[in-house]
Design a protein around this ligand. Structure first.
Ligand SMILES: Cc1cc2nc3c(=O)[nH]c(=O)nc-3n(C[C@H](O)[C@H](O)[C@H](O)COP(=O)(O)OP(=O)(O)OC[C@H]3O[C@@H](n4cnc5c(N)ncnc54)[C@H](O)[C@@H]3O)c2cc1C
Ligand SMILES: *[C@@H]1O[C@H](CO)[C@@H](O)[C@H](O)[C@H]1NC(C)=O
Ligand SMILES: *[C@@H]1O[C@H](CO)[C@@H](O)[C@H](O)[C@H]1NC(C)=O
Ligand SMILES: *[C@@H]1O[C@H](CO)[C@@H](O)[C@H](O)[C@H]1NC(C)=O
Ligand SMILES: *[C@@H]1O[C@H](CO)[C@@H](O)[C@H](O)[C@H]1NC(C)=O
Ligand SMILES: *[C@@H]1O[C@H](CO)[C@@H](O)[C@H](O)[C@H]1NC(C)=O
Ligand SMILES: *[C@@H]1O[C@H](CO)[C@@H](O)[C@H](O)[C@H]1NC(C)=O
Length: 579
């Protein structure tokens, strides 16, 4: 009954019945008392923060979650409206520092969408559930010398997060999947719409596989999605709804943590601003920093945790000398568009499907792909939006989500007229360039300075071209040749002096079409910033738990990786509490 009530309430909320009903779905605003104590304080109620909060409250500890954003907005709960979210109040909408080399797609900066709401970036992400490959975890285990991070030891945490509702995958690959975790996972199958493209891919060495989160790590499939009963599975909902009335859970929204206070290298309290008042909250046991790849380093730097030069420039006294905010890993992402099947008449089913908000408005194909077709380690990941000729989504996704200029998007849109299109978002998983995050001032409300570092290592540009050529080899398949398929949007002035199809042309294309692709990590990595138990090196009673801790680019997307990180972090914290 409770579940039914909350589903109904959620529906009301999503239909716009706003704030009062939101309390039925999400935890209500905590009553704040200055200098109050809690067992645990979680800085940032994002993807990882919500998971940890849930598990600590399940163990009867008092938990204060301090979240800068509000409850997820009503439209964010409807999967089909994801394209409306960037740039709204739930998005920090950060921009990279000036870059006139590789940030041609949006002018001289790169848009860095990041969630500012209870649930964090899971509130506006693209729903794809694709795990890193086993090798990623075995690498972390050997890097840290802690076998707890090996794939075999992490798999139970992935399973713990999810309930896979796709019958085929749940029954065939049950050893890889959970059947009773909070996050409902489904697939939206459009076999008829994607068959021709899967066939074309297979003709050039890219197999169709059943489950990239299961026994194989390379190939193409219709992806698993963090969507169930037509609702986005943000941890703000699926992890916190059940415990929203638990007296041990205290969630303060619209609350910005500005500083963590240390006494003799031990974290003791946090300062947070709510409605223009600064409060201090004390942690009896631990403080967990889960403010995401951009704000975790900002908060730590403002608290004196950072390298000497960074803290000197901010005039902040040093508590610990750690490389916080270095090693920002943003896999550079490039979009290419192909026109495929021709059409004469509009398709009513396509149009109807495009406007149902409970599902993704077009078919999707996910690929994780090696350039060497015998390899089992993917070099790139690609999300292919299979756009039927009548949907408006090319321009909507292109402008609102991926942030290209209207000029670029309209070039693509007009050149696919009367054709189906494949809009391929291509993520380079092997990039070695790193960027940085630096607090710009001691005011927590100032956006941090974020430098992407895209292509600062020239091998990344060469690799980007190798990847695009591998992806576009699909045009040589008999299937696409028969359709007269072609890549569109390659005739623009900035690269007009390059020979069509040459490596020089594709390098130019890459430099003018690179975007961030949203899989940011690495700004407080294991080994140099935190230990393998996620404790900040040299400090006590403080851990970092969010995408900042991954030391290298993972060969997957990050949502599933962060959810399982949250489960693992909660176990580490509870183990210490028990000792
Ligand atoms: C547009 C987009 C699309 C994506 N698509 C996918 C996808 O399809 N599949 C996938 O697997 N991954 C995807 N990702 C990546 C994935 O969603 C993120 O990597 C993951 O959610 C990050 O989790 P986190 O816990 O590290 O940070 P977040 O979830 O971002 O949480 C950080 C939280 O800290 C809060 N915070 C920040 N500063 C403060 C402060 N000073 N005081 C208090 N609170 C603060 C923030 O408001 C936020 O709630 C996408 C990401 C984006 C941005
Ligand atoms: C805050 O609380 C701590 C311990 O709970 C106590 O020692 C301290 O005196 C309090 N400070 C103020 C200003 O009330
Ligand atoms: C938490 O408290 C409840 C109610 O007192 C109790 O039933 C439960 O066993 C406790 N859980 C743990 C993990 O201690
Ligand atoms: C980027 O900056 C360069 C150098 O200032 C300038 O020439 C160029 O016009 C800028 N590009 C855009 C799109 O603003
Ligand atoms: C911190 O260390 C100093 C010097 O060693 C000591 O005098 C002080 O009591 C310590 N404070 C706490 C809170 O442990
Ligand atoms: C491709 O991968 C296979 C399997 O890992 C390996 O044996 C082979 O040497 C690789 N080929 C090239 C050209 O790298
Ligand atoms: C950083 O601070 C400087 C000086 O206050 C300001 O001019 C600049 O706009 C700030 N940058 C960002 C990204 O906010």
């Amino acid at each position: 009954m409770a579940a039914l009530n909350s589903a109904v309430a959620l529906l009301l909320v999503t239909l716009g019945f706003s704030a009062i009903e939101a309390d039925i779905v999400f935890p209500s605003q905590a009553k704040l008392t200055d200098n109050a104590s809690y067992d645990y304080i979680i800085v940032g109620g994002g993807t990882c923060g919500c998971v940890i909060a849930r598990r600590l409250v399940d163990s009867n500890y008092t938990v204060l979650v301090l979240e800068s954003g509000d409850d997820p907005s009503a439209n964010s709960m409807l999967p089909g409206l994801f394209y409306l979210l960037p740039g709204t109040s739930i998005d920090y909408d950060y921009r990279s520092t000036f870059d006139d080399y590789a940030a041609g797609a949006q002018g001289n900066f790169t848009r860095l969408t990041a969630g500012n709401a209870l649930g964090g970036s899971s509130v506006l992400n693209h729903h794809l559930s694709i795990r890193p490959i086993p090798q990623d975890y075995d690498d972390i285990a050997s890097l840290t010398g802690d076998d707890g991070w090996s794939y075999d030891n992490m798999l139970p945490y992935f399973k713990k997060t999810e309930t896979v509702k796709d019958e085929e995958i749940a029954s065939t690959y049950s050893e890889y999947h959970g059947d009773s975790g909070p996050v409902g996972i489904t697939r939206e199958l459009h076999d008829d719409d994607v068959a021709y493209y899967l066939k074309a891919l297979a003709e050039v060495g890219n197999p169709t596989v059943e489950d990239l989160n299961g026994p194989v790590s390379v190939g193409y499939m219709q992806p698993l999605l963090n969507i169930a009963s037509g609702i986005r599975q943000t941890p703000a909902y699926v992890y916190l709804n059940d415990i929203k009335d638990n007296p041990n859970l205290h969630v303060s929204k619209n609350t910005k943590v500005s500083k963590i206070n240390f006494e003799n290298s031990t974290a003791v309290s946090v300062e947070a601003i709510y409605k223009d008042t600064t409060y201090t909250f004390r942690a009896n046991k631990e403080i967990i920093v889960s403010a995401g790849v951009f704000n975790t380093p900002q908060i730590l730097q403002l608290s004196g945790v950072g390298s000497t030069d960074v803290l000197d420039s901010l005039n902040v006294d040093q508590v610990a000398d750690l490389p916080v905010g270095d090693n920002l890993r943003i896999p550079p992402t490039v979009i290419v568009v192909q026109k495929t099947k021709k059409h004469i008449l509009p398709s009513i089913p396509n149009l109807v499907h495009a406007f149902v908000p409970f599902s993704i408005p077009f078919p999707l194909l996910l690929g994780t792909t090696p350039i060497n077709k015998s390899s089992e380690i993917p070099d790139y990941q690609t999300y292919n939006l299979m756009l039927p000729h009548d949907t408006p989504y090319l321009t909507l996704a292109c402008t609102f989500v991926y942030g290209y200029s209207l000029d670029v998007c309209l070039r693509w849109q007009t050149q696919i007229a009367s054709r189906d299109a494949v809009y391929s978002v291509v993520v380079n998983l092997d990039a070695v360039s790193t960027g940085t995050v630096r607090a710009n001032s001691t005011d927590i409300n100032d956006a941090p300075l974020i430098t992407t570092g895209f292509y600062s290592e020239s091998e990344d540009l060469e690799r980007a071209v190798d990847i695009l050529l591998d992806l576009l080899a699909v045009e040589d398949s008999a299937t696409l040749k028969d359709l007269g398929a072609a890549v569109v949007g390659v005739d623009f002035s900035e690269c007009a002096d390059k020979e069509a199809g040459s490596r020089e042309f594709w390098k130019c294309y890459v430099l003018h079409r690179t975007i961030a692709g949203f899989l940011y990590s690495g700004t407080c990595p294991m080994q140099t910033c935190v230990d393998s138990e996620l404790k900040l090196l040299g400090l006590n009673k403080i851990r970092v738990a969010d995408a900042s801790v991954f030391p290298k680019v993972l060969h997957g997307a990050l949502n599933a990786a962060v959810l399982s990180l949250g489960e693992k972090a909660a176990d580490l914290i509870l183990q210490d509490a028990a000792n």
